[in-house]
Write a protein that binds this ligand. Structure first.
Ligand code: HEM
Length: 120
């Protein structure tokens, strides 16, 4: 089971790379990477929830999650996903994705990296 958990961590980190990497490309090079960011944000939510479910139900994994930290990450991840989905939908209706919302989604992704890494 620890292999499955570690695999989910890998997918979680790839989702983070898609969200934050897509944002960096969008911000600095003007490439439209909104689709990549949207998939990254969705992956973060799904893999994050699966990680929590597994950590809480399989005691042999030895994971002792900080629930306050997880709660904060969940709220920030939902906000990031909402921003990118709305920004993307506006782009689909004509014209370009909403730059402010896309930038906010990337910033929230970075905030979650900081929470994940610095909150012990
Ligand atoms: C934009 C959204 C997110 C980003 C950028 C993000 C980032 C990260 C990173 C960088 C790690 C590795 C940290 C380490 O191993 O020290 C991690 C681990 C983890 N994340 Fe996330 N995460 C996000 C959303 C979520 C959500 C929504 C949940 C659950 C509701 C979640 C649950 C977890 C868990 C359980 C781990 C492994 C245990 C831990 O180290 O705390 N994450 N996340």
């Amino acid at each position: 089971m620890s292999f499955v958990y570690n695999l989910l961590v890998v997918l979680h980190l790839l989702g983070m790379a898609a969200l934050v990497g897509g944002w960096a490309a969008f911000a600095w090079r003007g490439h439209d990477t909104v689709e990549l960011m949207a998939w990254g944000a969705r992956a973060q939510l799904v893999t994050g929830l699966l990680l929590v479910g597994l950590a809480e139900s399989v005691s042999s994994l030895g994971q002792d999650l900080n629930h306050t930290k997880i709660g904060v990450k969940l709220v920030v991840a939902i906000a990031a996903l909402a921003c990118i989905e709305i920004g993307r939908a506006r782009g689909r209706r004509g014209g370009r994705s909403n730059r402010g919302l896309v930038m906010a989604a990337g910033g929230l992704g970075v905030l979650n990296v900081l929470v994940a890494a610095l909150w012990s």
